[in-house]
Each structure stands twice: as structure tokens, then as C-alpha cells.
Write a protein that binds this ligand. Structure first.
Ligand code: NDP
Length: 450
């Protein structure tokens, strides 16, 4: 049995209770056999068994008081996965299904994604099973403060720099930063996604969505295609989805769907970005409101979805941008996309396609941009925010957007070249996994057995 399969076999036994983490590990290990056959020192230094264990895994109690005066308890996590190429970097997720396994899957992916950006960032991730839905402004603030009461001792501008993810946007980053400053008496670039007036970067809110569209353009350019006039499907209605829709409209494409945890919108005439932003970012309401206020939109609640597939992915399209959450595209959805003429999938979300859905895209030889490459624009721009904080400068929108665009081109190029080097030029899963892994593994060897 090869070293890669041997280690994977042990992990499948050890982490059977963390299916998402195992899925992420299986997906990356699936690309590594050819590399290990060429490069024996990775096995000599037992890199695989080392790289799957976080350098530090902090799990903590978060206690806070709700509006009724009742004491609430949540679980907090910060997984500091790998610091071989830079300080730990990765978002915080507040969602009721957050568990150690979910945070570990996200942290593991983050290690290789951050490596692909070419910036000096290690990988980490954190969060809580706190559900922000239905909470008052005061409850959100008190929860963020309670969360930071423990997190502050583990983070730092050159140690670990968290950011947002599902359920953590600009408002939450503000409350977290305020409490960090109160506890430490330091104004450090210790979080990214900050507001512009106190250390944030232009383009950070837009970066993941814009980056996923830039990545799709790079893939399509290679085959002489583009997005102009093309029907696109977007899932999600949060940060990533909103700015994917905005950039698609800017480049002349036609995004026709968005979705949230309660249902989906299909608007054949094209999603209205301003209305979407107002409902989701300002009013914080469900997409049902969108259908009430836009006559051309059709709303389908989740309760009307069939059991075995998501109707959003059954709409004929040219390109798809999954931007909601993990495993939102199963094999049936992938088949529906392919049947509907989809030629390009650029993943805004982390691990939105199951392993068999990913394989279906690869077998169909469509342009397939896996999340760790296609959605790396967000963390890359967080890296740019860190650079601006460290040099006490702020760059213009055009400057940051240009840098983001160039980073997405770099990620595409390095993934494509690596895929070619290993004999399968169309497989960006292979290319991005090997390119991301190799840089981290080499750094770990350089730095000794630590
Ligand atoms: P947000 O919290 O801003 O938005 C998430 C959106 O997805 C919400 O509209 C939410 O619905 C919807 N959603 C969540 N779960 C489901 C579900 N099961 N079915 C349908 N819709 C669902 O998060 P982000 O936009 O920041 O993150 C989206 C994805 O992108 C995640 O996988 C995240 O890890 C990934 N990502 C995010 C980055 C960033 O910069 N923010 C960077 C790289 C990746 P509702 O509105 O009802 O809550």
C-alpha cells in the first residue's frame, strides 16, 4: 500500500466522527500520490501524518447573557492548523452546525488555499455553534465580546489573524475588535474585514465574490470563451453570493438565481444586485421579501425542494457559482448542471461539491475551479489588509482590485502549470492541491522537526 493510502486509511479510522474533515483530507490526499512517487523526502519526514494534525486546537466555553437576562452557553473554537509559511489566517464562522470537525475541515483547506495566494499566510479557522439568527443587536455584541474574552490570548498581528465567514460580517468584526482592544490596550491589525475608517481595506467585502468571477474568466479565457451574455447560477445570498452577482453583472453576464437557508429566487430577467444587498445587508430579511418586491422573481421555499436534489442547480445555465455552504452540490445536482449545459463551475463556497460531484465535473472536462483556488480572493485581500495595516497605508479601490485580479491570475496559472506538470492539464483539483501542498511541505522540512 502506498504511503498516502496508508496514512489515509489510518485517518479514516481515527476521524470517522468528523466526516467533513475526512472529506477534505481525502480530496487533497487523492491528488498527492504522483507527487510522493517523485519526491521521497515528504515520506521520509512523515509530512502527511504531521500536516493533518493542527499545531494547536483551542476549544473554549463562551458564556453570555441574553435579552431576557438568562445565561447562555456556547462552544468556541480556534484551530491553529499550520504556520509553516506565515501567521495563522482564516475566518470565524458562527452557525448552529459548527463543530470541531467542521472547523478542522475549513482550517485544513485554508492551509493550502493561503499557500496558493503566494502571500505569507499560514492556515487557521475558528467559530462557534452560536446562531446569530433572530438575535438582537445587543445579544450579538455581548456574544462577540464573550467570544473575544477567550480568543484574545491566542491571536496577534504576527501570530494569528482571524476574519469573517458564515455569520460573521463587518458588524461582528467590529464588536470583536472593540473587545480585543479593550482587553489588550493595543490597536493591532489582529482581525481583517474591519471597517474602512479603522484599518479596513477597500475591496475586502467584494473580494471573494469578485475573485470567483475573475477565476472563472481565467478558466474560460483558456478555451476561448467568456461570460458575456451568459446565464449564470449563484447560490447563497450572503457576502460571497452578493459580490459574485455584482461582478457578473459588471462583466455583462446574467445571474438568474440566489438562495438562502429558507428558499431560492429565480429571476429570469437577472438578479437585481441593489435589491439583494438592501434585503440581505441592510434589512437582514429572507429572500421571500425579494420576491414580494420584484415582480419578475419566482420564490421557492426549501420545504418545496425535492429530497434528492436542489432545484437551483437544475436550471439550464452556462456557469455556476456555488456560494452558500459545504456539500450543497451532490451527484444529482452535478448531473443536472451538466445536463443543463453548464460549462464552468467556480466555487465561491468552501467544499460546496461532494467528492462524486467533483469527479463528475472533472470527467465531463468542463472548466472546474475548486474552492481553495477559486475563492482564495477573500483571504488574499485580507493579506493585503494586513500589509496596509503593517505599513500604516491605505491603497485605493483600483490598486487593491488590481492586486486581487493579479493574485487570481497567479492562482490560476500555478494550478494550471502544476496540473500540466503532473500530466493532467484540465484537472485544477490536482494542480491546486499539489501546488498548495508543496510549498507548505517544503517549508515544514526546511524548519526541522518541530
Ligand atoms: P454569509 O453568512 O455572508 O452568507 C451565507 C449565505 O448562505 C446566507 O445567505 C445563508 O442563508 C446561505 N446559506 C447558509 N447555509 C445554507 C444552506 N444550507 N442552504 C442554502 N443557503 C444557505 O457567508 P459567506 O457568504 O461569507 O460564506 C459563504 C461560503 O463562502 C461559505 O462556504 C464560506 O466558508 C465561503 N467563503 C467565504 C469567504 C468570505 O470572504 N466571506 C472566503 C472564502 C470562502 P441565510 O441568509 O438564510 O443565513
Amino acid at each position: 500500500m502506498s504511503y498516502v493510502n496508508d496514512v489515509l486509511g489510518k485517518l479514516q479510522h481515527k476521524f470517522s466522527h468528523q466526516p467533513e474533515f475526512l472529506q477534505a483530507v481525502t480530496e487533497i490526499f487523492g491528488s498527492l500520490s504522483a507527487l510522493f512517487e517523485r519526491e521521497h523526502r515528504y515520506q521520509k519526514y512523515n509530512i502527511l501524518e504531521r500536516i493533518v494534525i493542527p499545531e494547536r486546537n483551542v476549544s473554549f466555553r463562551v458564556t453570555w447573557v441574553d435579552d431576557k437576562g438568562e445565561v447562555q452557553v456556547n462552544q468556541g473554537y480556534r484551530v491553529e492548523f499550520n504556520s509553516a509559511i506565515g501567521p495563522y489566517k482564516g475566518g470565524l464562522r458562527f452557525h448552529p452546525n459548527v463543530s470541531e470537525g467542521i472547523i478542522k475541515f475549513l482550517g485544513f483547506e485554508q492551509v493550502f488555499k493561503n499557500s496558493l495566494t503566494g502571500l505569507a499566510m499560514g492556515g487557521g479557522k475558528g467559530g462557534s455553534n452560536f446562531d446569530p439568527k433572530g438575535k438582537s443587536e445587543g445579544e450579538i455584541m455581548r456574544f462577540c465580546q464573550a467570544f473575544m474574552n477567550e480568543l484574545f490570548r491566542h491571536i496577534g498581528a504576527t501570530t494569528d489573524v482571524p476574519a469573517g465567514d458564515i455569520g460573521v460580517g463587518g458588524r461582528e468584526i467590529g464588536y470583536l475588535f472593540g473587545q480585543y482592544k479593550k482587553l489588550t490596550n493595543r490597536f493591532d491589525g489582529v482581525l481583517t474585514g474591519k471597517a474602512l475608517g479603522w484599518g479596513g481595506s477597500l475591496v475586502r467585502p467584494e473580494a471573494t465574490g469578485y475573485g470567483a468571477v475573475y477565476f472563472a474568466q481565467e478558466m474560460l479565457n483558456e478555451i476561448g470563451q467568456n461570460l458575456e451574455g451568459k446565464v449564470c447560477l449563484v447560490s447563497g445570498a450572503g457576502n460571497v453570493a452578493i459580490y459574485t452577482v455584482e461582478k457578473l453583472l459588471q462583466v455583462g453576464a446574467k445571474p438568474v438565481t440566489v438562495s438562502d437557508s429558507k428558499g431560492m429566487i429565480y429571476d429570469e430577467s437577472g438578479i437585481k444586485a441593489d435589491l439583494l444587498k438592501d434585503i440581505k445587508e441592510v434589512r437582514r430579511e429572507s429572500l421571500e421579501t425579494y420576491a414580494k418586491e420584484c415582480k419578475s422573481a419566482k420564490y421557492t421555499p426549501v420545504s418545496d425542494y425535492p429530497k434528492d436534489h436542489n432545484p437551483l442547480w437544475a436550471i439550464p445555465c452556462f456557469a455556476a457559482f456555488p456560494s452558500a455552504t459545504q456539500n450543497e452540490i451532490n451527484l444529482n445536482d452535478a448531473k443536472n448542471l451538466l445536463k443543463g449545459g453548464c460549462k464552468c463551475v467556480s466555487e465561491g463556497a468552501n467544499m460546496p461539491s461532494s467528492i462524486d460531484a467533483t469527479n463528475a465535473f472533472l470527467e465531463a472536462k468542463i472548466c472546474y475551479g475548486p474552492g481553495k483556488a477559486a475563492n482564495a480572493g477573500g483571504v488574499a485581500t485580507s493579506g493585503l489588509e494586513m500589509s496596509q495595516n503593517a505599513s500604516m497605508l491605505s491603497w485605493s479601490f483600483e490598486e487593491v482590485d488590481n492586486k486581487l485580479h493579479n493574485i487570481m491570475k497567479h492562482i490560476y496559472r500555478i494550478s494550471k502549470e502544476t496540473a500540466k506538470e503532473f500530466g493532467n492539464p484540465n484537472d485544477l483539483v490536482l494542480g491546486s492541491n499539489i501546488a498548495g501542498f508543496r510549498k507548505v511541505a517544503n517549508a515544514m522540512i526546511d524548519q526541522g522537526i518541530v
